[in-house]
Every structure is written in C-alpha cells, then in structure tokens.
Design a protein around this ligand. Structure first.
Ligand code: C2E
Ligand code: CA
Ligand code: CA
Length: 528
C-alpha cells in the first residue's frame, strides 16, 4: 500500500532481511562443515603419525635385538664373529647389515667381513640412531643405523631406508609425513635432508618415540581441505542452498504478511490512527454552516497525515472499511458531543459509507449509537453513498434504507453524475440529497456545453424534489453562479478546507453567532 506518491530509494530492511536470513543457514552450515573437516584432518593426521611412530619402533626393535645380541662379540676377531653377524641379518627381517666396533672403528661387517671405517659417536642421536643419506655400499640411498656400545666396543645394525619410505607412503598416502632423527629428516621423496622439516600446511602434528630418539611429523598439504570439500560435501552443500532459499522465501512471505496492507490497516485501527477531519457545508442565502462532511485521515506514525484515496481502496478491498467507519463515527460523536451547543438545530453530519456497510443491519446500530450521543433533533446524520461502488437493491438493503429513513437518517448520493447508474439509484432508494461532483462545479466559467450539463443536474434535482449540495467550490464566481441557480448547499476550499476536530470546533464557535461571507481557510497539511 504506497502511502506516498514518491518511491523510496535504496535498500530497506524488507529487501535486505530475506537475504540475511537466507545467507545465515548457508554461512552457518559452511562454518560447521569446515570445522568438521578440520577436526577430521586433525584426528586422522594424529592417528597416522602415531601409526608411523609405532611401525618405526617395530623396525628399530629388530635392529636393537640384533645389535644387543652381537654386543658381547665386539672385540673378538672378525673371522670368528662374521657368521654370527650374518645369522642376525637373516634372523631379523628388517636388518640389512650388522657390524662390530672396536676403538671407534668399524672392524667387522656382515657384508664384507674385515673392514676398517672410523665411527663417530657424535653422528648418532643420543649415541644410538643415525639417519644417513647413504654409505659406501649404497650411496645416495637412505639408511637408518642403530648403535649399542659398551666402553669403546659396540655393535651396529642398519635398516634400508626403503622400509621407512614404505611405512611413510603406505600408512599415510594422503599425508605429508617426515621421519626426524637428530638434525636429519627423511621425507616421502626418499631424500635425507639436514635441519628442521617444514611444518605441514594443515593439521600439523609431531610425535616422538618414547623408546628411541626419533620423531615423526605429519599433516596435510594446503589442497587437502578443498579435496575433502569436493569429495564429502557436495550433497550437503546443495541441501544448505535449498535450506537458505527456503528460509529466505519464508522470511519474505512473513514480511509481506506482517507488512501487508491488511495487517498494516489492522494495526492502525488498533492504534486508533484514523481521525475525523471536518469540512463545513454552507447553506444558500446566509452562508451559515449548516453541516459538515466527515473525511477520514490516517495519522500514520512514519508517513504523517495520509489522505484517504491512498488507503480507502485497500480498506474496502480487505473488508476493513466497515470497522474503520465505525471507529470514525465513534470518534466524531465523542469529539462533537461535548460542544453540541455550538451546532445549529438539525446540523448535518455527513459520513461516507461504502456498499459493504449496507449488507446487513449493523449499520442501523452504528447510526443509532452515533445519534445517542446528541440530544434528539440536534444533529441530522447523513450517509454519503458513492455511486462508484454500487449498492444492490436486495430485500435486506431496501429494508435497511426504510429503517434508516424511519430513524431520521438522510441519504446523500455522492459524486453525482460520475457513475453510470445515478438514475437507477434514485429510482430504487429513497435519496434525500444529491452531491454534485466537483468536476461539474469546476466547469463553471467554462464552455457552454459543460455548463449546460451542470444546469441539467441542478434542474433534475429540483424536479425530483431533492436537496442539492455542490462540492469543490473554490472561487467566488462558482459560489455566485451556484447561488443564482438556487443550489441549497455549497462545500469547498472557498469556505474551509477539511480540518481536525479542535480547529473545526474553534471555527464553528466563531461562525456560530453570525452568518457572513466566508474567508478561505488556511491550507490543510497532508502527505500524498
Ligand atoms: P468525497 O466524499 O467526494 O470528499 C470530497 C473530497 O473533496 C475530499 O477529499 C475533500 O477534501 C475534497 N475537497 C473539498 N473541497 C474541495 C475543493 O474546493 N477543491 C478540491 N480540489 N477538493 C475539495 P478527501 O478528503 O481527500 O477525500 C477523498 C475521498 O475519500 C472522498 O471523496 C471519499 O470518497 C473518500 N473518503 C474520505 N473519507 C472517507 C470515509 O470516512 N469513508 C469512506 N468510505 N470514504 C472516505
Ligand atoms: Ca463524500
Ligand atoms: Ca464527492
């Protein structure tokens, strides 16, 4: 229901809110899913890294078992010991070679028998473990060496780096995994590097063995999160989009419902925002105020004073016009009743009524209640029926109009001449007054044909014995013309604009004692 002629620019909460409500489940769902993925990556990275640690420990148990068994032989001649060295290689699945050390020299090897190579205890983490990038037998091929010593004698066992790589690659095919021993580390590419291994982009974890001096660092590359999104959640993401769309639509429907013209009018009715404005009707001759038309105004909290043609059509369409008219009549009666002394006897109060109000007899009660506010005969209630929305002549309406007539309520045919069934109306219902539409009054001073139409309406009403009211009188020329043609009543800005009750009563008091030619009233301030 547009209450102003101007369209409001920019975004309003009504357009923004459905978007926000629609986006919330999508954003919330994505955040939860992302959190879930990160948790999943963290848990699986921890589990994988622990498994690798356990597997490398099992390999080292093999190496330790071989080296421990050989330690008592350290120092004995290689010829005697070498068969035992080879036996340990055969017995332990992961052991590639075994060696004996004396005076910091590797003097006996399972591969070559007698040997001569210096051993530096400082190469070994905790004196026990050394990750090598190769030796003289297999240069450039990773090798993990285990050492036990007693005094200056010791035993050394080695495992091929291939076993370590297999563990890294098979246990965590999707993870970034690195085995770290001392200052050296081995990645899945099989190259031993020195220094700190780089942290994984996602879910980086590190576990150290409690039994051997090594640790395993695990985690995921930066693309893993995207892969999981693509593989796990397309269906759920689709569901979120559907949920978001449904939420937005429900929100938009709710907003439309609560801000619909019907809801807005109901709210305004409950908040008592519909007010009566009064426009005097003057009689011919002395131009005394013989009555007033009650015109509805909506005192809207945001829009200010709203003129009726912007909301009456919605009120008629939604069936709320009857309740609104009833409230207006109550307001009118309460405003005027305390000042009834200012009103001439038989002062006409014109109320605009729609066809919907004439469907049953409730209108009778409304009129009776209205009249009860005033001493009998002091006020004449006139119902103004527009011929734009027709009342059907049913048994109920005919009886209603008879009863209204018996009660002394008068009927005025509003906007006379603008509809097509004016004459039908006059035949079917007992009408007391005709209100000549302002478009005809505006023709005064115009071309001969237009003025002829006005003259014909005036003559017709005289012949039918009806009172006649001319609306929309704005100029003295119109006033004088209508006076010359014996029009009974005049109404228009020339006399007064519609005004609120307080101003009307004040003006009424000023006019009550004397009849005089009127001055134009100050303009009515209104939106629209
Ligand atoms: P209407 O019943 O024909 O009322 C006369 C309209 O002409 C009023 O407009 C009034 O302010 C305006 N008017 C009076 N004198 C002059 C004048 O000299 N020059 C011009 N240009 N206009 C003049 P308003 O108040 O805006 O009402 C418009 C219409 O809204 C009314 O036309 C009536 O059809 C409807 N309306 C107003 N109040 C009610 C109501 O309580 N119930 C119903 N159902 N309709 C109402
Ligand atoms: Ca009217
Ligand atoms: Ca009218």
């Amino acid at each position: 229901m547009p209450l102003t002629a101007k369209r409001r620019a920019g975004l309003t909460w009504r357009t923004l809110l459905p978007w926000v409500v629609g986006a919330l489940p999508v954003i919330g769902g994505l955040a939860v899913m992302n959190w879930q993925i990160e948790r999943e990556m963290q848990a699986s990275s921890q589990a994988t890294t622990r498994q690798v640690v356990a597997h490398v420990e099992r390999i080292l148990d093999n190496l330790a078992s071989a080296a421990d068994a050989l330690l008592p032989l350290a120092g004995s001649p290689c010829q005697q010991a070498k068969l035992r060295l080879r036996a340990e290689v055969t017995r332990n699945a992961f052991v590639r070679s075994t060696n004996l050390v004396r005076h910091n020299t590797l003097y006996c090897s399972s591969l070559f028998g007698d040997f001569d190579e210096p051993v530096n205890a400082g190469d070994y983490a905790d004196g026990k473990l050394w990750l090598m990038d190769g030796n003289s037998v297999t240069p450039g091929h990773p090798l993990l060496v285990y050492r036990v010593s007693k005094g200056d004698q010791g035993a050394i066992s080695t495992v091929d780096g291939e076993h370590l790589l297999t563990a890294l690659r098979l246990i965590g095919p999707d993870e970034v995994l690195q085995l770290r021993v001392g200052n050296a580390w081995l990645g899945k590419d099989g190259i031993v590097r020195q220094g700190q291994p780089p942290a994984a982009a996602k879910a980086n974890v590190q576990f150290g063995s409690t039994r051997y001096p090594f640790s395993v660092q695990g985690g995921y590359g930066s693309d893993r999160q995207g892969q999981l999104w693509r593989s796990h959640y397309p269906a759920l993401f689709g569901l979120l989009l559907v949920l978001g769309t449904v939420s937005a639509l429900v929100c938009r429907w709710q907003i439309r419902r609560i801000t619909s013209p019907r809801a807005e009018l109901r709210r305004a009715l409950e908040a008592d925002e519909f007010l009566p404005y009064f426009q005097p009707v003057v009689r011919k001759g002395d131009y005394r105020w013989a009555g007033a038309e009650v015109l509805m105004r909506w005192n809207h909290p945001q829009e200010g004073l709203v003129r009726p043609d912007l909301f009456i059509p919605y009120a008629e369409h939604s069936g709320q016009i009857v309740a609104m008219t009833r409230a207006l009549m109550t307001h009118t009666a309460q405003s005027l009743a305390p000042y009834v002394g200012l009103l001439d006897d038989g002062f006409h109060i014109g109320i605009n009524i729609t066809a919907d109000h004439c469907r049953d007899f409730s209108l009778l009660d409304d009129c009776r209640t209205f009249l009860q506010h005033f001493p009998p005969g002091r006020v004449v209630l006139t119902l103004e029926l527009t011929e734009r929305k027709l009342i059907e002549a049913t048994p109920v309406t005919l009886e209603l109009f008879e009863k209204l007539d018996a009660m002394g309520v008068k009927i005025a045919l509003d906007d006379f001449g603008t509809g097509q069934s004016s004459l039908n109306y006059l035949r079917q219902f007992k009408v007391d007054y005709l209100k000549i539409d302002q478009s005809f009054v505006a023709m005064i001073g115009g071309d001969a044909l237009s003025v002829h139409i006005l003259d014909t309406i005036i003559e017709l009403s005289a012949k039918l014995g009806l009172g006649i009211v001319a609306e929309g009188v704005e100029t003295e020329a119109q006033r004088d013309y209508l006076a010359r043609h014996h029009v009974d009543y005049q109404q228009g800005y020339l006399y007064a604009r519609p005004m609120p009750a307080a101003a009307f009563l004040e003006a009424l008091a000023a006019h009550a004692s004397a009849s005089r030619l009127p001055q134009a009233a100050p303009p009515e301030i209104m939106r629209g």
